[in-house]
Design a binder for this molecule. Structure first.
Ligand SMILES: Cc1ncc(COP(=O)(O)O)c(C=O)c1O
Length: 471
């Protein structure tokens, strides 16, 4: 027996004993070297052996992790196959149903993708709000005309550096959530009847905007792990009808997919070659589980064609309605004018409170904690789904954000499941919400933004029984 095999078996015993659980990071190669008194080469060989055996997995630049059990039992959904036809969108009515359901008292909240209030820094943010409100005096009650709070825009510009985007405070316009940012961008770069390329599945809010603006969707096949199938997007672009593209490259909703950096570069170049603007939604970008903050596609923009949108809704306070857009040289003025027409100004005090929290309130410390929490909650829900749902289901493995996308057996109708779940006081987001023409009938999105509790666990059990009944 080689030394590395002995070490591998030792590590395996430690894992089987539960010292490291599914999803946990194992000691680094350097630590393993010291712990077992072996060379770095032997430590790497031991880890590679365990990886080959499927017990652990390597993640680039992060180290080795215990593979979650569900990884072996429930596969990942495959690349989507939306219709090739360009379609008018109809999701508005379904969306109201989701939000109405989520509002009922006592409902187990796997539906809406909002962070659980228990995880938000309520006390600190409230104190900051009171203090900025006092010190702003009358200014706090006045309009804060576009481009919006300068302290907030400076804070956003500093954070954008970490995502590879060089933004100046004057490049940014604050908005009422990412929703308004996306609306302004779509209005700036399209006109009624135009075709917009979107992910498939896509965030229903974007689909709803297309519907209301009279735009058509070209749904592009999308990988559960890597985002857009770029060859498919290229084929769609060749048709020459695409006026704009909307993408969530970092932890898409509902797929949780993360476009590899090279794909982001190719995406930007491919669109730029045809002068097609990219509206990039980076709302989940700060909620990464691996150490490195993923870059935004905007980092690769050379032509001023990437309009970058985001907000603080997934990280701090969805109800403050504070978002922003950096539309780039070409569209900045247009977006600023449209902002006046859309809502005149972004609420003043919420901007000041968020600026203060982000600059001096320990935002980074808070984010570090909450990223771990979401990773854990995703692991708990995934494991419970694996236990409770029938064979033939598939589930994503997001490395950021807090939503899971679950494929159910083909004959299960997610809208019926949604009705039955609602009767049991469980909210979910049925798959048809995420397609222009009510596709994904046998898919659901489960939001893991709320704390994992015994009640949540038994709700997954109930969902599993309902799925089996419908299958
Ligand atoms: C991908 C994505 N973009 C935008 C939004 C809306 O963000 P906001 O609440 O800031 O308007 C959401 C909210 O669910 C989302 O998931």
């Amino acid at each position: 027996v080689h030394l590395y095999e002995e070490v591998a078996r030792k590590i395996e015993r430690v894992i089987r004993a539960g010292t490291f659980r599914p999803g946990d990071r194992l000691p680094s190669v350097r630590q393993a070297t010291a712990q077992h008194g072996i060379s770095a080469t032997t430590a790497v060989q031991a880890y590679l052996m365990l990886e080959n055996e499927g017990l652990i997995e390597a993640r680039p630049k992060s180290g080795f992790f215990v593979r979650a059990r569900w990884h072996d039992r429930l596969p990942e959904p495959r690349v989507s196959r939306p219709t090739r036809a360009v379609t008018a969108v109809t999701v508005g009515a379904l969306q109201s149903r989701l939000f109405d359901g989520g509002r009922l008292p006592g409902v187990v909240p796997f539906g809406g993708a909002a962070p659980g209030p228990e995880l938000l820094p309520i006390a600190k943010l409230s104190r900051i709000m009171a203090s900025v409100s006092r010190s702003a005096g009358g200014r706090g009650l006045a309009y804060d005309m576009p481009p919006g709070s300068e302290t907030l825009r400076r804070a956003i510009a500093r954070r954008a550096l970490e995502a590879g985007a060089e933004l100046a405070p004057e490049d940014i316009i604050t908005t009422c959530g990412a929703t308004e940012a996306l609306l302004l961008c779509l209005r700036a770069v399209t006109s009624r009847g135009d075709v917009v390329a979107v992910e498939s599945p896509a965030y229903f809010g974007v689909l709803h905007l297309l519907e209301e603006l009279g735009l058509k969707a070209a749904e592009i096949p999308t990988h559960a792990r890597d985002g857009f199938d770029l060859d498919a997007l290229e084929r769609a672009l060749c048709g020459g009808r695409i006026a704009a593209c909307v993408a969530v490259p970092n932890f898409a909703n509902p797929l949780g997919s993360l476009m590899p950096q090279e794909n982001k570069r190719r995406l930007v170049e491919m669109l730029a070659a045809r002068e097609v603007p990219l509206i990039e939604d980076d709302i989940f970008g700060e909620l990464h589980f691996d150490p490195e903050r993923p870059r935004v596609a905007r980092a690769f923009d050379r032509k001023g064609l990437v309009l970058l949108c985001s907000s603080f809704s997934k990280t701090l306070a969805p109800g403050y309605r504070v978002g922003w857009v950096a539309a780039g040289e070409r569209y900045h003025q247009r977006v600023r004018t449209l902002k006046l027409a859309s809502s005149l100004a972004t609420p003043t005090l919420p901007q000041l409170a968020i600026a203060e929290f982000v600059t001096n309130g320990g935002y980074d410390h808070y984010l570090r904690g909450v990223r771990q929490t979401y990773e854990r909650q995703i692991a708990c829900v995934s494991e419970a789904v694996t236990e409770a749902f029938p064979a033939g289901c598939k589930i994503t493995r997001p490395r950021g954000g807090f939503v899971l996308w679950v494929e159910l057996p083909e004959d299960v109708d997610a809208l019926r499941l949604d009705d039955m779940a609602m009767a049991e006081k469980i909210s979910i987001a049925p798959g048809p919400l995420f397609s222009a023409k009510l596709g994904f009938r046998n898919f659901i999105r489960l939001s893991c933004g709320h704390p994992w509790t015994p009640r949540a666990e038994s709700a997954i059990g109930v969902l599993g029984r309902l799925v089996k009944k419908l299958a």
